[in-house]
Design a binder for this molecule. Structure first.
Ligand SMILES: *Cc1c(COP(=O)(O)O)cnc(C)c1O
Length: 403
């Protein structure tokens, strides 16, 4: 039987090194736990970066996949696909949207959104109005188009020339947004809460102010909820908590409870701009993935998962606040539901490693923000276990003095 070391040595030879991977070789998951090939178990408070919102291998998602796998795996979008129709109906019933387009990832959902706003604006206003405003510290994906949209230099380095037509403003500042509007702007794209950029929650009223700006200048408002949608913030969509709907919503990560999917939801008025032949995806909305997404989303709303997310989000935030009172190098705890960031005055990389060695998986983003993204089904006992490990890890920093 191959050990972790064997696998890591093999990975070293033939797998592209696009990720700085931790020395864990994943084998199996159940609920909030992940096991490696050596049999060591981890409490997973990263959840595949907000993908495993229902935990690993949720029985209802697995059952739906098993059943559908024996019937029809793939079918071209040249034909109608009942499960895709059902998923589109469900998503529209549960949101502001009238129509859905399906693809396979967050970047692709954002690509679809960017194509749609360009076409809409060109047909309505002519070809000079194509620019999109996004936020600094945003993250929209890894394709050439979505790194162009992303307001962080580190994802762009080495890949120029990028796609023209993006302007960046500080996140959370409605005045800066208003000042950035010119006659060439056609849309604004924002994450309602920034994930990769450090778990940044905008001040109250920000999204409403941006909505007003969009209405005043007839701009399309796109929310990228690839990370914070699908229950992560305690409501099905993050925008619900601000009471302001977008014109386009992009989803991916947790939508199918684990397997890959992307979706763009929009209004009838915008949807009519993309007619036959204007956009597509071979795999998008295939029967297998739609069976998983329907099972995942129905479980999310029917099984009390959103309630649990809110309750456990409060509990985890409260316990992290207590750690903040204990350790002077913790600056701020912030988030919504179960996307929580803990900003520190020290680098977080070593802490992530130390937590991993003690059996807790977390993540560090922008260098000094520990990010907690447990499955939304997490229990109080699991939160207590995570806090105990984290407390031990933070105590070692205190003991060894400031970094
Ligand atoms: C992860 C993420 C993406 C990119 O999704 P992929 O599926 O990796 O292409 C886009 N936007 C946000 C906000 C994300 O968190």
């Amino acid at each position: 039987m191959s050990t972790s070391t064997d696998w890591i040595n093999r990975a070293d030879k033939h797998v592209m090194k696009t990720y700085g991977r931790y020395p864990i070789v994943a084998q199996r998951g159940e609920g909030c736990r992940l096991w490696d090939v050596d049999g060591k178990s981890y409490l997973d408070f990263l959840a595949g970066v907000a993908v495993n919102n229902l935990g690993h291998c949720h029985p209802k998602v697995v059952a739906a996949l098993r059943e559908q796998a024996g019937k029809l795996l793939h079918c071209s979008n040249f034909y109608h696909i009942p499960l895709q129709i059902e998923l589109a109906e469900w998503l529209c019933e549960q949101s502001f949207a009238d129509r859905a387009f399906f693809c396979n990832s967050g970047a692709e959902a954002n690509e679809a959104a960017m194509k749609l706003v360009r076409k809409h604006s060109r047909e309505k206003y002519g070809e000079d109005r194509f620019e999109v405003i996004t936020a600094l510290a945003s993250f929209h994906g890894r394709t050439i188009g979505t790194i162009s949209a992303t307001g962080q230099e580190k994802v762009k380095a080495g890949f120029t020339p990028l796609v023209p037509g993006f302007r960046y403003v500080p996140f959370g500042d409605p005045d800066a947004m208003r000042q950035a509007i010119t006659p060439s702007i056609c849309a604004i794209m924002l994450e309602p809460v920034q994930g990769e950029g450090g778990v940044n929650v905008p001040p109250p009223g920000y999204l409403k102010a941006v909505r007003d700006i969009c209405d005043e200048f007839d701009l399309v408002l796109i929310y990228d909820e690839v990370q914070v949608g699908c229950g992560r913030t305690g409501t099905l969509w993050a925008y619900e908590q601000e009471g302001v709907a977008p014109d386009i919503l992009t989803l991916a990560k947790a939508l199918a409870g684990g397997p890959p999917i992307g979706a763009m939801l929009t209004t009838e008025e915008l949807a009519k701009r993309l007619g036959p032949g204007s956009h597509g995806s071979t795999f998008g909305g295939n029967p297998l993935i739609c069976s998983a997404a329907l099972a995942a989303m129905q479980t999310m709303v029917d099984d009390g998962v959103l309630d649990n997310c809110r309750t456990m989000g409060n509990s985890l935030t409260g316990q992290l606040e207590q750690l903040k009172n204990k350790y002077t190098f913790i600056k701020e705890v912030r988030g919504r539901g179960l996307i929580i960031g803990m900003e520190m005055t020290i680098e977080g990389g070593a802490l992530v490693h130390a937590a991993m060695e003690r059996g807790l998986l977390i993540n560090c983003t922008v260098g000094n923000v520990l990010r907690f993204l447990p499955p939304l089904i997490v229990s109080r006992a699991e939160i207590d276990e995570a806090i105990t490990i984290l407390d031990e890890v933070l105590a070692t920093v205190e003991a060894s003095g400031p970094c």
